[in-house]
Design a protein around this ligand. Structure first.
Ligand SMILES: [Ca+2]
Ligand SMILES: [Ca+2]
Ligand SMILES: [Ca+2]
Ligand SMILES: [Ca+2]
Length: 464
């Protein structure tokens, strides 16, 4: 009894009943690190990638998983070079192409390589972005607002860079310096591409960690749409702390705050009108250290904690009153990676509980917005359009099984965006929208509904 109350006193925040037991993904004698997961085929076919170091050589490996059944495919070796091939980042949900970027020093300098996956195996990797300075830490990003368009963002010691990727192949020679100044070191980079940080009057573009006058600060960049797309850079208000690792949530950032060697997670919300950030709110503070936050656009937040004397993985969401412990093993558990399907949140991470590093994952039911009382919650994501064909106005009925961000757009047969109908959060349930073609010729149009998890396209025929 004395022992039990001691545990309760020391670790009052341990809640982990919601989480499955950890499931092992890799079991080789080498060290598997830097796990990254992307969706290959909606709804549940995903690819897990990591780098593995064995006998002094580091290569990229990947393994398919069906998240619905938990079935794991064979482990595939993506690279075979004697170079250090590491930090895979999977490009996700881009039509006609799928693969992973990674960093390699195969040509002497660190550069960004890409290998394509066809559902069975990987192509020979090729060099996509190179420079006479080291480039590393690739992060693949997709544009939710466009068809088949994506970007890989990476960094050097002094700048963050982006490279567009279109219809199957990275575009050559189009590297963009995201942080053009290059005057300050870029210590960590979070690039935002897609509709989730789009407001009527501005777009939040990027946030990164840099060192200014001996202190680690978070810089950000946003685009003022009302002033003709002017890019503005600012500093998230400093109050004498070191800040690290900005991670983007629904309307702002989660940041690691360092105060005399102790670490907490704070959040700050972006004001798109003023271009400023709210005063930092403590999301999670305790006697222990909370570090390295990662978040998805629906505020699923994972981070590392040392509450029981070794590092473990914790999870938090605004719908929870307490953080939940996902791993609780005496080994070191670190580097969480979040994947969410319609109804489930998955966390992948690396653990040395086996005497070498291996990849594990665990899952729980997604924490969503509470459904409105009354209306029946649909089982499936569906869309219907009527009348179709129509001659004046179309009604679009949408059913969402879970709350999500939904972007509804209309394209013509040339693939050009004709209209944007919705770009905001929708609760689970039934929704009705209207589209009235104005100054559009008769013909076939496509309505595309993209949520954070999937997309649907329906054809409609407009006859004047
Ligand atoms: Ca291993
Ligand atoms: Ca290698
Ligand atoms: Ca703390
Ligand atoms: Ca642990």
């Amino acid at each position: 009894m004395r022992y039990l109350s001691l545990i309760i006193l020391i670790v009052p925040v341990m809640v982990f009943a919601q989480w499955s037991a950890p499931i092992q993904v890799t079991d080789s004698a080498g060290d598997e690190l830097n796990v990254n997961v992307g969706i290959y085929d909606y709804p549940s076919d995903h690819l897990i990638a990591w780098d593995e170091t064995e006998a002094g050589n580091t290569d990229i490996y990947a393994r398919p998983i069906d998240l619905e059944t938990g079935e794991l495919g064979d482990v595939m070796r993506v690279t075979h070079s004697p170079a250090v091939d590491q930090k895979p980042s999977i490009i996700t949900e881009v039509s006609f192409c799928f693969g992973l970027f990674y960093q390699s020093d195969a040509n002497g300098m660190n550069a960004i390589y890409y290998a394509e996956y066809d559902g069975q195996s990987f192509s020979e990797p090729w060099l996509t972005v190179y420079s006479d300075i080291d480039l590393y830490d690739p992060k693949a990003r997709t544009y939710g607002a466009s068809i088949a368009f994506a970007t890989v963002i990476f960094r050097s010691d002094s700048a963050a860079l982006a490279h567009p990727y279109d219809m199957g192949r990275p575009l050559e020679g189009e590297t963009i310096y995201v942080d053009a100044s290059g005057d300050e070191p870029v210590l960590f980079y979070e690039g935002f591409w897609g509709p989730y940080v789009y407001y009527d009057i501005s777009v939040l573009r990027n946030a990164w960690e840099t060192e200014i006058d001996g202190q680690n600060e978070i810089r950000f960049e946003y685009c003022k749409l009302v002033l003709g797309g002017e890019m503005v850079t600012g500093l998230i208000a400093n109050s004498g702390y070191d800040y690290h690792h900005p991670a983007q949530g629904w309307d702002g950032l989660y940041i690691e705050r360092e105060d005399n060697g102790t670490f907490d997670i704070i959040s700050t919300v972006f004001d798109p009108y003023a271009g400023t950030w709210s005063d930092p709110q403590e999301v999670f503070t305790s006697f222990g250290n909370e570090r390295h936050p990662v978040a998805d656009r629906l505020d699923n937040l994972a981070f590392e904690v040392d509450w029981s004397g070794n590092t473990d993985i914790a999870y938090w969401h605004p719908g929870l009153t307490e953080a939940e412990l996902v791993s609780n093993d005496p080994g070191e558990d670190r580097n969480p990676c979040i994947v969410r399907t319609m109804s489930t949140v998955y966390l992948f991470w690396e653990s040395n509980r086996d005497g070498n590093w291996n990849i594990y994952y665990a899952y729980r039911d997604a924490v969503g917005v509470e459904p409105e009382p009354g209306p029946e919650i649909p089982q499936e994501f569906t869309v219907s359009v009527h009348p179709n064909p129509g001659n004046a106005q179309f009604s679009i009925d949408l059913e969402l099984p879970v709350a999500d961000i939904a972007e509804i757009t209309i394209y013509n047969t040339a693939g050009r965006l004709v209209d944007t109908i919705n770009q905001s959060w929708l609760n689970a349930g039934k929704h009705a929208f209207r589209w009235q073609p104005e100054h559009q010729p008769s013909g076939i149009y496509f309505i595309r509904i993209a949520t954070s998890q999937s997309q649907k396209t329906a054809k409609l025929v407009y006859l004047k």
